[in-house]
Design a protein around this ligand. Structure first.
Ligand code: SAH
Length: 390
């Protein structure tokens, strides 16, 4: 893959800046917390006593106004704007591809500075919508029904790369400054590529930026983090971030779940459900979402539905039934509509909301479990492979 094109050089975007540091890499201010921005300003020669205020002003420009260029930051004096322009960048990752589904879903393929690529997806509703962010390039989990699972983990994303996915989506809809009330980009789901609880430090830092009241200002109630069940990290996630939790359950016995979600061998159902019971902040007003992919003949029988209800008894929960989204070479098929209806009915009758998720963005491979990029980890054991052009 070519080096990403800085936003400033892409046609149709505002003129930007592409400053470089001594090693030739632009230094980005994105993904830093306020204290880190203040420290950068001090490095730049700003007096320590003013750095905090300046960082606050910059924050507002970056995350409230969506500024991509320091020259528009009129509340900062001209010499400081010039110094910032000469030293830092607010450039987004390059949008290598933007695809639009017939149903309005948008998917972005973003080029990262090291040549890797990652995808994010926006799923619009009438007057709001959910942005699905990735936390890793590739994934270690190898869930058998998931397309991303066929791509080996390349690396974790850093906070800048996670926050930048949000900024790119906002740019695409031009929804700046961050609206105080009604907004199209109203929700965030950590349900893209990767396992967010295997990259918690970066995910946490990024979500704190997304939730910050003086910037993007998305309420924690509008953010959901989805995990395949990294039990030891769940409590910390709830305590530190207070975001909603979704758990990719998909099976009601360890035998079947071991097969579908291999992480289950490490953290089996009993431990997973115990962690759900303890999840900080879970209540009837804040229910845990169990995601359940409907796989024909595997997990979709009436007996499975009844076992599911037993398993989650006592947990404030709802169940999202996800018709399996096929991908090339997938070893499963989607359950019949009648089986899905029957399953939903049984779960519903037991008192749990069990909506069947309408698949979105299937035509552009943007639906659940369909994300995958060509990024691959260079294989150390086969150095000759590096010499062969891709
Ligand atoms: N690793 C995290 C975040 C990914 S979320 C997790 O597992 O929760 C992506 C969601 O889509 C998960 O619930 C996943 O199980 C589901 N999914 C994966 N492949 C799918 C497919 N082919 N069809 C429908 N849902 C799928």
């Amino acid at each position: 893959m070519d080096a990403p094109t800085p936003v400033a050089e892409r046609p149709g975007t505002a003129p930007g800046i592409a400053p470089v540091t001594a090693n030739g890499e632009p230094t980005s201010l994105l993904g830093l917390d306020r204290a880190e921005i203040a420290a950068r300003l001090v490095d730049l020669g700003e007096p320590r006593r003013r750095a905090g205020l300046r960082a606050k002003q910059l924050w507002h420009w970056i995350y409230h106004h969506g500024a991509r260029d320091f020259s528009v930051m009129t509340s900062l004096n001209k010499p400081l704007r010039d110094a910032l322009t000469a030293t830092f960048t607010l450039a987004r990752p390059a949008v290598l591809q933007e695809q639009r589904s017939v149903d309005g879903t948008r998917k972005w393929l973003l080029g990262l500075a090291d040549g890797n690529a990652v995808e994010s997806v926006f799923i619009p509703e009438e007057d709001r919508g959910a942005l699905c962010l990735s936390s890793q390039v590739g994934c270690t989990l190898t869930c058998r029904f998931c397309h991303t699972g066929t791509q080996r983990l390349v690396r974790n994303l850093d906070a800048r790369e996670i926050v930048s996915q949000f900024l790119v989506a906002r740019d695409s809809y031009g929804e700046w400054p961050s609206p105080a009330g009604q907004r199209l980009l109203s929700n965030v789901v950590m349900m893209g590529m990767g396992e967010p609880l295997f990259n918690f430090a970066a995910v946490s830092k990024a979500l704190k930026i997304v939730m910050d009241a003086e910037g993007l200002a998305l309420s924690r109630r509008r953010i959901t983090l989805s995990t395949a069940g990294v039990v030891p990290m769940m409590e910390r996630c709830g305590a530190e971030l207070g975001v909603g939790l979704a758990v990719s359950l998909h099976a009601v016995s360890d035998a079947v779940r071991d097969e579908l979600v291999p992480l289950n061998k490490k953290y089996p159902l009993a431990a997973l459900l115990e962690a759900c019971r303890r999840y900080p902040g879970a209540s009837n007003a804040r229910r845990i979402t169990f995601e359940y992919v409907m796989l024909k003949g595997i997990n979709d029988s009436p007996a499975d539905a009844k076992a599911l209800v037993k398993l989650i008894a006592g947990i404030p929960a709802k169940v999202n039934l996800i018709p399996f989204n096929a991908w090339p070479g997938a070893p499963y098929a989607c359950s019949e509509p009648a089986s899905i209806r029957r399953f939903a009915e049984l779960v519903n009758n037991a008192g749990y909301s069990a909506p069947v998720r309408a698949p979105r963005g299937r035509d552009i491979l943007a639906a659940c479990g369909q994300l995958k990029t060509d990024s691959a980890k260079p294989r150390r054991s086969a150095p000759e492979a590096a010499a062969v052009p891709a």
